[in-house]
Design a protein around this ligand. Structure first.
Ligand code: GLN
Length: 490
């Protein structure tokens, strides 16, 4: 090996070369730390860069390779972790003043599995505060910027994780997806982002937003890397009571099986043909082109109506805030979090702590959720939203009687300028296409597919039924191979 050995851009290739001794994990880490040094000031993908820990981990992996010991499937692969997952000894903030300076005494299960697989954690990525948002502008520590065009948002809430991969700071990263927070930023940054089946990946050590919806999943540059990272983090964990009691599904062996004979349904309500608004024509055109490309490889493509998807957004914005209002009650300045107003009585101290610790969007969600759950309104709001959730599950089940996977845009629009969307409802519309999978608990992936307005990346979403990750990745790999080249950085 020499210092000039090129570093591969794919995680799986890096791991192969590190394990064989063709490149050193330390050289891989240094190359990525150099990339971070060069552009992080402009992008702000990270809340914390763990350069020293990363070097030490890389050196330990190189020592194991030299000693002839087995190293894991992600040996020497730099990975960025969203700052709402606990990392032992490294600050975990949720991009909130409420948790600023908090250092967890334990690793989230996904972090533990990354370490066991030989991955090198390079830092904790920025997010919308407590993962509430679609642009990463709600971070208490300032927005992240889209590496494709730094005047634009990277999407959210996992904007830092998407930006880190798009900027070449790490070949893979982890995000969390409650209503689209992995898939939408992946689409806006031109990378791959995947939300697993609810319960496929342990949520132990993920700071809760809406517990019936939250899932952790991978960002990557390729579908193969997404599948590889999914296999590392998935599988039963006794510390999460909602974890599916099964080992991780094998999704990599069928990746190249192609789509010949696969039935692909395009969801008409998410193609701008129904009452839902805000779809950019270029995004619709690329999604249509993606469907036609799959058909050219033997897929049986048809349109399918999933009528209740039009109510998904309304249901989600009752259910998610309701669960958030309950989950965030623990940040009272006593049990957890920032404390202000010391010396007054307890109620005044708690009020002062929560007033100072939470940002505007988090407060809005807590108020919305508390209202939706209040005695006189529970059935009219929360109860009704839960009934819509059941309708969506039923409608998707009907669609899957005739189709193996479904297709839609990931986001109705391409990346918008920082500061351009100030009204919360307009921001919520970003989640129109991603929310149905969260409400149903189904897996879905965003694959870059050409460009839209201003040459900005478009993501096409492949949806699959419960535990349908293998067929979803298979369709996604085919789509990736057929995708027109993206515009590239400017
Ligand atoms: N944008 C959605 C929200 O603000 C989704 C967030 C997420 O998936 N974490 O709630």
């Amino acid at each position: 090996m020499s210092d000039s050995t090129p570093i591969p851009s794919e995680a799986t290739e890096i791991a192969t070369q590190v394990a064989s001794g063709a490149i050193s994990a330390l050289a891989v880490t240094e190359a990525h730390l150099t990339a971070i040094d060069a552009r992080e000031g402009e992008i702000h993908a990270f809340n914390t860069v763990t350069a020293d820990d990363a070097r030490a981990t890389a050196e330990a992996i190189d020592a194991r390779v030299a000693a002839g010991e087995a190293v894991g499937p992600l040996a020497g692969v730099p990975v960025a972790v969203k700052d709402n997952m606990c990392t032992n000894g490294v600050a975990t903030t949720c991009s909130s003043k409420m948790l600023e300076g908090w250092v967890p005494p334990y690793d989230a299960t996904v972090v533990e599995r990354l370490r066991e697989a030989g991955a090198v954690i390079v830092g904790k990525t920025n997010l919308d505060e407590f993962a509430m948002g679609s642009s990463t502008e709600n971070s208490a520590f300032g927005p992240s910027r889209n590496p494709v065009d730094t005047s634009r948002v990277p999407g959210g809430s996992s904007g830092g994780s998407a930006a880190a991969v798009a900027a070449g700071f790490a070949p893979i990263s982890l995000g969390s997806d409650t209503g689209g927070s992995i898939r939408q930023p992946a689409a806006l940054c031109g990378v791959v982002g995947m939300k697993p089946t609810y319960g496929a990946v342990s949520r132990y050590g993920l700071i809760a937003f809406a517990s019936s919806l939250d899932q952790i999943g991978p960002f990557s540059r390729t579908v193969a890397d997404s599948a590889a990272l999914f296999e590392v983090i998935a599988g039963h964990d006794g510390r999460d009571s909602t974890s599916i009691p099964e080992p991780a599904a094998d999704v990599t062996s069928q990746l190249d099986a192609g789509v010949d004979g696969l039935r692909v349904g395009v969801i008409t309500e998410l193609m701008g043909e129904g009452p839902l608004e805000g779809f950019e024509p270029e995004v619709i055109a690329q999604t249509r082109a993606a469907a036609e490309a799959l058909a050219s490889k033997g897929a049986i493509v048809g349109d399918v109506s999933v009528p209740s998807t039009i109510y998904g957004l309304s249901a989600y914005y009752q259910i998610a805030p309701a669960e958030a209002s309950s989950n965030l009650a623990r940040y009272d300045g006593v049990r957890y979090g920032h404390r202000a107003g010391e010396g007054a009585n307890t109620a005044a101290m708690m009020k002062a702590s929560r007033t100072a610790g939470f940002g505007a969007e988090v407060k809005r969600r807590i108020m919305l959720g508390t209202y939706a759950l209040s005695a006189g309104y529970y059935d009219a709001f929360y109860g009704k939203a839960q009934r819509v959730r059941t309708l969506i599950i039923d409608d998707l089940a009907a669609a899957y009687e005739n189709f193996d996977v479904l297709l839609s845009p990931t986001s109705p629009c391409v990346a918008f300028p920082i500061g351009a969307v100030s009204d919360p409802l307009t921001m919520y519309l970003n989640d129109t296409c991603t929310i149905p999978s969260n409400l149903a608990g189904h897996p879905a992936i965003s694959v870059p597919f050409g460009t839209g307005a201003d040459d900005l990346p478009v993501g096409v979403q492949v949806l699959a039924p419960l535990q349908g990750e293998a067929v979803m990745f298979r369709a996604a790999a085919a789509l990736e191979a057929l995708a027109p080249a993206a515009g590239g950085e400017r």
